[in-house]
Design a protein around this ligand. Structure first.
Ligand code: SF4
Length: 451
């Protein structure tokens, strides 16, 4: 291997916003150590896989991509971390000989390996030996679940800030709690220090992430307390929440959710509209709590973007249960729904539950819920017609193409008239007529730039 060339590293992230936040910090750590961060499709000496275990499909995809990346560059090595690597290290290690597994619970130690790997590459040494040595060293040490401080580079104009990890609940279908362990929280002072760092770097918005934000506890604060402290301790940056438990979106939460610098966007982990299925899932609330949370959010913020996660095809879910789910969504009028089909996961209580719902039926139910979601999004977007909204431009206008942005309410906008190359906070006027055709996938509205 030729000496004197910098280590080229690329990253693959599977799964949730929390994994994305962690990968961003890892990429920043390698770039700070002198590595060259290259895109997923580019040739790399090191590929870092941040895996997910929520569905078997996510695991399959990770295995496929690992083989592909190492076939593309036989001299490359791979670090495989994340939830899949935490729960199935042997299966992951067996995918390819040049893979080194760092269990998800030690993901924080990967940042510390960067300088050693960069040095090895500069000396023209095979990084595999160095990687194995560093991974063995890290295996003997406690890893900090919050070793993912946002770095100098802003990879996103809406960076994520990890403030919580793990979960103390044990929902019947969930493997995340098994992979990430019990709930832990970032100290409020450190959370504020990181938020201020992002604000000073010009980030217009922070997305607060965790596995279960409602279980945040540190320094005598719960999550509403943390949110209040972050808003009080910063000047102009906005805060968005990744998702929240319906039963914890109570009066105290709504008080913290009300300030204008908190985005009017509440994504609820609902999972089902049937009380019988919620009980079987081991969820800690019933459908009325979901409706109460939405009602309170609307009382606090007028017309916030309410999103929901729904699992279809949970064992024992009958037509009546499904009808209850559709009925709940009709009453909830969400602006969006993530509809997932149930994936039986080894090690969870639901894995052996019966009767199973045929995959075909689960997929049909998910499609029906998707249709409800699209109607909800169209109605929510239409209520913005002609209005002035705040947004964050994430990809700049260039060569006649509009800028692409996310509005404060979480709508995806195509904005005409924005300065070429500009990214960041802006205000824009939504077009009076919602676009009838030609809007690119994933975009909801068109608008004209104001400032
Ligand atoms: S609340 Fe339930 S589904 Fe969510 S992470 Fe915890 S155990 Fe998993």
């Amino acid at each position: 291997m030729l000496a004197g060339r910098s280590l080229r590293v690329s990253f693959r992230t599977f799964g949730c916003k929390l994994n994305q936040a962690e990968t961003e910090a890892l990429a920043d750590g390698f770039s700070a150590a002198g590595a060259v961060v290259v895109g997923p499709g580019e040739l790399a000496d090191l590929v870092v896989f941040n895996t997910c275990t929520v569905t078997s499909k996510a695991e399959q995809k990770a295995r496929r991509e690992m083989r592909l990346a190492l076939r593309r560059n036989p001299e490359a090595v791979a670090i495989v971390t994340g939830c899949y690597a935490e729960l199935e290290p042997e299966a992951v290690a067996a995918v390819a000989p040049r893979c080194v597994v760092v269990p998800g619970s030690r993901k924080g130690s990967v940042v510390g390996m960067a300088s050693g790997l960069v040095a090895a590459r500069l000396e023209g040494l095979d990084p595999l030996d160095e990687l194995r040595r560093l991974a063995a060293l890290a295996a003997g040490r406690e890893a900090d679940p919050f070793a993912f401080a946002p770095g100098d580079a802003l990879f996103h104009s809406r960076p994520q800030l990890k403030v919580q990890d793990g979960c103390d609940n044990r929902c019947a279908y969930c493997r995340v709690c098994l992979a990430r362990g019990h709930s832990v929280s970032l100290e409020p002072d450190e959370a504020l220090r990181r938020a201020l760092a992002l604000e000073s770097r010009g980030a217009p918005e922070i997305v607060l992430t965790g596995v279960n934000l409602s279980q945040y506890r540190s320094g005598g604060l719960d999550f509403p307390g943390l949110l209040e402290a972050l808003v009080a301790g910063t000047e102009k940056i906005a805060f968005r929440l990744s998702s929240y438990e319906p039963d914890r979106a109570d009066e105290r939460f709504m008080a913290a959710f009300s300030p204008p610098r908190v985005r009017p966007h509440l994504h609820l982990s609902v999972q089902s509209g049937s009380d019988r299925v919620l009980a079987a899932m081991g969820r800690r609330y019933r459908r009325d709590a979901v409706l109460r949370a939405a009602e309170a959010a609307r009382a606090a913020r007028g017309d916030p973007f309410i999103g929901a996660d729904i699992i279809l095809g949970f064992p024992g879910e009958g037509d009546d249960d499904f009808a209850d789910t559709v009925d709940l969504l009709e009453r909830l009028e969400p602006a969006w729904v993530h509809a997932f089909t149930f994936s039986p996961r080894p090690g969870t209580r639901a894995f052996d539950m019966r009767p199973k719902v045929p995959e075909r039926v689960a997929v049909e139910r998910a499609a029906a819920v998707q249709a409800v979601a699209e109607r909800g999004k169209a109605a929510f977007a239409a209520r913005r017609a002609g209005r002035v909204v705040d947004a964050v431009i994430e990809s700049p206008a260039e060569s006649g193409e509009p800028a692409l942005a996310t509005s404060a309410e979480y709508l995806k906008l195509a904005i005409r008239g924005a300065p070429t190359g500009f990214v960041g906070a802006c205000s824009c006027r939504v077009d009076p007529e919602p676009p009838t055709e030609g809007l690119r996938d994933g975009l909801d509205l068109t608008a004209s730039f104001i400032a």
